[in-house]
Design a protein around this ligand. Structure first.
Ligand code: ZN
Length: 337
């Protein structure tokens, strides 16, 4: 994740930008926008709750073990043997937890060599008889190369946060799904091809695009009331601002408000009720193509983003516990309505 992220410019940075345009020209601006995420706004405002793992009734330790298990498979690039190994692991896990699993298969042209790449979104259904549903999504492919790595941009990319974290959270949440009360069912959707991206111009969001197109072109016998995409949710230095598209869409605003209100009620202060990054992620296709009100939950202030350093050691069980708890409690409330 993701394609482009633009931070809202303050008046001061607008002035700075204007000066730079005059003085140094547009290439400088482009360069600045290409820099890795800075601590930026987050620094001054970052808040940390005093919550410890023992305070949180979502098993972050177990979720972190899942994250390590996924990373131990190595890179999980679309169409690779690592992806296949992950698919076997996930199917076995979710079935053991009582979920119904199916693959939504499709093929794409490899952006580099033109070969046909097998792709598959993994859909895990809970309470399939419920005709109104909530979609919880995460991409499960990893970027082919850590191209923001200054010393080793062609090195191994494990995607502990950018890839494994959302999947690991869903693996832990699965244990609570059979007992989910209420009228709404839940589907976990693991999206393939979020970033089979080698260079600028390669296409992102292949899996969520296929899923959303299929949802519209072949309407199933159920509807999604809400969608939540989880991406980069395990950073040990956790801060989750409201993503700008999600918070700006009229049909999705109430969802964003409900999730951040849940976090506030639980004392998870790392959910900061302010907008920060505008992020292109799988939620765009679900919302714009599938017409599903969908919120992206993402901590984009992550220095290891798209580097060889996106490793389990940069992630934490406590962060997974915090996000997992908020999502689970929100879900329990939303499913009841
Ligand atoms: Zn990424």
């Amino acid at each position: 994740m993701p394609r482009v992220a633009v931070r809202n410019l303050s008046r001061r940075s607008l002035v700075l930008t204007a000066l730079l345009v005059v003085g140094l020209g547009l290439p400088t601006i482009v360069y600045l926008l290409m820099l890795p995420p800075a601590r930026g706004l987050a620094n001054g405002l970052a808040v940390h709750s005093q919550l410890a793992l023992a305070d949180i009734p979502f098993n972050g330790t177990q979720a972190y073990e899942y994250l390590e298990q996924i990373c131990a498979l190595g890179p999980r690039v679309s169409g690779s043997t690592g992806m296949q190994a992950q698919q076997r692991l996930l199917v076995e896990h979710f079935q053991k937890c009582g979920g119904q699993t199916r693959f939504q298969e499709f093929r794409v042209r490899h952006p580099q060599n033109g070969t046909s790449v097998p792709m598959a979104n993994l859909i895990v259904s809970w309470h399939p008889e419920r005709k109104e549903r909530i979609l919880l999504g995460a991409h499960y492919d990893t970027r082919p190369f850590p191209d923001r790595d200054r010393t080793n941009p062609r090195g191994p990319f494990l995607g502990a946060n950018d890839g494994a974290s959302g999947v690991a959270l869903l693996m832990e949440l699965a244990h609570a799904m059979p007992d989910l009360k209420g009228k709404l069912g839940v589907d976990f959707v693991l999206f393939d091809g979020e970033e089979l991206v080698f260079k600028d111009g390669d296409i992102y969001f292949l899996g969520s695009d296929y899923f959303a197109q299929d949802y519209v072109n072949h309407p199933p016998g159920y509807r999604y009331r809400w969608g939540v995409v989880l991406d980069m949710v395990a950073d040990a230095d956790l801060q989750i601002y409201q993503e700008r598209y999600s918070a700006g869409w009229k049909d999705t605003k109430p969802l964003v408000a409900a999730i951040w209100e849940t976090a506030k009620r639980l004392g998870v202060r790392e959910f900061i009720p302010q907008k920060n990054w505008e992020i292109q992620d799988d939620h765009l296709r679900l919302h714009n193509v599938g017409k599903i009100p969908t919120c992206d939950i993402i901590d984009f202030d992550y220095p290891a983003w798209h580097t060889t350093q996106d490793l389990a050691e940069k992630c934490s069980a406590l962060s997974l516990a915090k996000v997992g708890w908020v999502i689970q409690v929100w879900l329990q409330g939303a499913a009841a309505k």
